[in-house]
Design a binder for this molecule. Structure first.
Ligand code: TYC
Length: 99
């Protein structure tokens, strides 16, 4: 008689969480300097990184800022958008999943 041995080892599947992009959208009203300040404050960029991202969004219509877990991406996009709103600007940040 053959008795099947029960499996004793458990395989632990560790899938990496999907990352989400935070994207800055251009508009015609927000001051360039204000965009740079928000990028520095919320996304911990230095002056030249922030200026480069602002300029790319200004010229191309949008610019990917960074990738985070979904939670962090949503929180930062909301925080940055709120900062614009609080200062009377239509500045907008959105998120989307990485492929
Ligand atoms: N286009 C704005 C201007 O000319 C500046 C700006 C840049 C606004 C990037 C938003 O994501 C943005 N004042």
């Amino acid at each position: 008689m053959t008795v099947a041995k029960p499996r004793t080892k458990t395989r632990v599947k560790t899938e990496r969480p999907k990352l989400w992009k935070v994207i800055l959208l251009n508009d015609d009203f927000t001051l360039r300097e204000f965009v740079v300040e928000v990028l520095k404050a919320v996304f911990r960029m230095n002056e030249s990184q922030a200026y480069g991202v602002m300029l790319t969004a200004h010229q191309k219509g949008a610019c990917v800022i960074a990738v985070y877990t979904q939670d962090v991406a949503d929180t930062k996009a909301k925080e940055a958008t709120e900062l614009g709103k609080a200062n009377g600007f239509p500045l907008y940040f959105t998120t989307e999943p990485e492929e």
